[in-house]
Unconditional design. Structure first.
Lengths: 221, 416
């Protein structure tokens, strides 16, 4: 369950005060698949980063599973990201020198999980995403859709409640985009909350609810 | 346990990152390697050099003192010309029996007047023939390799016996050193029995810098009384060589002897006193300067190596900004990122350090093998090298690592 209450975010840039997110209110239930659409520069990615504890709000509050994240320090936010949140990026952000299974293992490293257990869990999650046969492939040996599956596996491996995806289909063709959305849908069916930021209305239509970001203001359609 | 699994994984990640940039890793690693090797070499060569020099200084007896008449001043305090060494048998008796708290042993030294050519069984050999007493072996740090040293009876009874150096002994008998014992040699017109053989002394370094031209290994020692007899029954002593209680007692011993002599002769003669203290100081100063120059040079190369690591680490942080963002987004804490980069830097410097020590070992082994120099790897040097390795790793890794750790995840993810 995520509650955004009057979230405001501004940046100081060259002496100017730039309000990127002016007012955002949101109430998302566990297991919902939610999209946030908006033009580029509308502040939707910033909103996602705020929810994902990668950035801190200027004013307002964000409550994730009954925890107010607004006043957390860096370590607490890292802890929360590690246990409760999985990120999926437009550019996949896989580490090029590591193969698929090594990439999936990364989040478990920071939880101090033993190597053999890491491999076991990574294999299980790769199997779920139909990527087990490519576990020793390096990112440059995989297609975009495959890379995104590995990235989703990485996001899921610590079994978070919340999946945040920033333009997850932006670098994919229509078929792969649909497949990835199907993955998200099945995650929502498993009672995981999924928030997707996209500029693609077709993708947004596949979610339960659609929010629109207009000039830093969040409105529900 | 959790920490252990985490740190092992971070360490493995470091290895992978270093493997990815093999050439770069190798280059920065060799900088450290050369720096560490030079530190070990400088300290080893310095230690070995010190050992060689002090071994040579010891052949004079480190606690030795020398008292002689000041040969630059032949005039007494009334400007009358005065001949002679200014030292006599009764002075020896007095000093031996009554004088000088700081003195352990003293020997009169009497030079043969007609020094130079000595006929030994048909051969002409140039040797230094010196008259000494029965304590001289202790004073001058002599090692006897055969027979015995001069005895108190030899000295009392002006016996015609000698102790010769190993080099002369080997000229007399190619086969066994013991063969020369009991043999006779002729010095001027006098026949002497050989009673002992002295071990060789190494003064290669000291004579190579011209500090002592006298050959230590062409020596013949006889009772000083016997030499006085040959010189024409003159009860004169060329100079005294004594042994102070310790190196630091030496100047005091000189002062005490000189006080006695000045009191006795009331300014007729002026005296010179010498100790090893000045030579030890000089040797120490020279060694200190040499090692300082070497050490600074080695340090400079180590610092350059450290800067290379620093540079590589900075490049690595910049290149991997996005990776840092990803790692943070999946739950890496600041200290995880910090340990990541510090462990990479320490890994580079440690490998460089171990290779550097190995390099120093092989260079020294090669020198020893090719030139038979007396050098060994200094364990202090290795210790210093290991400590500086870890220090440099920490210093050059810490700053880039802190920069990496403090990157904001959002900004890091947006990079590139």
């Amino acid at each position: 369950m995520i509650i955004l209450d009057n979230v405001h975010k501004n940046y100081h840039c060259n002496g100017e005060n730039l309000a990127v997110v002016k007012s955002a209110n949101m109430h998302i239930k566990q297991g919902e698949l939610v999209s946030v659409v908006g033009r580029s520069g509308s502040g939707k990615s910033t909103l996602l980063n705020l929810i994902g504890c990668l950035d801190t709000v200027s004013t307002g509050s964000i409550i994730i599973n009954k925890t107010d994240v607004a006043n957390m320090d860096g370590n607490e936010m890292a802890e929360l990201r590690s246990q409760q949140i999985g990120f999926v990026f437009q550019a996949f952000n896989l580490i090029a020198r590591s193969n698929a299974i090594k990439n999936v293992e990364i989040p478990m490293i920071y939880q101090g999980i033993k190597a053999s257990e890491r491999v076991r869990r990574a294999e299980r999650i790769l199997e779920k995403l139909n990527m087990l046969d490519r576990k020793y492939h390096y990112p440059n040996q995989l297609s975009g859709g495959q890379q995104q599956r590995v990235a989703i596996a990485r996001a899921l491996v610590n079994e978070p409640n919340l999946i945040l995806a920033d333009e997850p289909t932006g670098a994919l063709d229509v078929k792969n985009a649909r497949d990835i959305m199907a993955v998200f849908r099945s995650l929502a069916n498993e009672n995981k909350t999924v928030v997707i930021v996209t500029h693609d209305q077709e993708i947004a239509k596949m979610s339960d609810r659609v929010f629109t970001m207009i000039d830093g203001n969040l409105v529900e359609e | 346990m959790i920490i252990y699994f985490k740190l092992t994984a971070i360490f493995m990640t470091s290895l992978e990152a270093l493997k990815e940039n093999r050439l770069r890793t190798l280059l920065s690693l060799s900088g450290i390697m050369i720096g560490i090797a030079s530190i070990v070499l400088v300290i080893s060569i310095n230690d070995s050099g010190r050992a060689v020099i002090f071994k040579e200084l010891e052949t004079f007896g480190l606690r030795s003192v020398w008292i002689s008449r000041d040969m630059g001043d032949y005039y007494d305090n009334k400007s009358n010309f005065v001949r002679g060494s200014g030292l006599f048998d009764d002075d020896y008796q007095y000093i031996k029996e009554n004088c000088c708290m700081s003195l352990l042993n003293i020997s009169p030294i009497v030079n043969l007047r007609a020094n130079g050519k000595i006929q030994i069984i048909g051969k002409d050999i140039r040797a230094n023939v010196t008259g000494v007493n029965e304590r001289f072996d202790k004073i001058n740090n002599e090692k006897l390799i055969a027979g015995r040293f001069l005895s108190i009876d030899d000295v009392k009874n002006d016996r015609f016996v000698v102790v010769i150096s190993q080099e002369i002994a080997s000229m007399l008998s190619q086969a066994e050193i013991d063969n020369v014992l009991g043999a006779r040699i002729k010095i001027l017109s006098n026949w002497f029995h050989i009673v002992g053989v002295l071990g060789n002394k190494s003064r290669d370094f000291i004579s190579s810098i011209g500090a002592n031209k006298e050959s230590a290994n062409m020596r013949i020692l006889a009772p000083y009384t016997t030499i006085q007899k040959i010189n024409g029954n003159i009860r004169e002593i060329s100079y005294f060589q004594g042994e102070a209680k310790s190196i630091s007692h030496a100047p005091k011993a000189v002062k005490e002897i000189k006080e006695y002599l000045n009191y006795k002769y009331k300014g007729i003669y002026k005296y010179n006193g010498e100790t090893m203290v000045a030579y030890i100081k000089t040797a120490n100063n020279i060694l200190k300067n040499i090692s300082l120059v070497g050490f600074v040079t080695a340090l400079v190369s180590l610092v350059v190596g450290g800067l290379a690591v620093l540079n590589v680490m900075f490049m690595s942080v910049v290149e991997r900004t996005r990776e840092i963002g990803v790692r943070k987004s999946v739950g890496a804490k600041n200290r995880d990122i910090l340990s990541q980069f510090v462990s990479e830097a320490i890994l580079i410097t440690s490998i460089g350090g171990v290779l550097g020590i190995t390099l120093a070992y092989s260079i020294i082994s090669t020198i020893v093998f090719l030139f038979q120099f007396d050098i060994s790897v200094s364990s202090v040097g290795v210790l210093v090298a290991l400590i500086s390795t870890v220090t440099i790793g920490l210093l050059s890794g810490l700053y880039p690592a802190i920069k990496a750790a403090n990157l904001k995840p959002v900004e890091a993810l947006r990079y590139g």
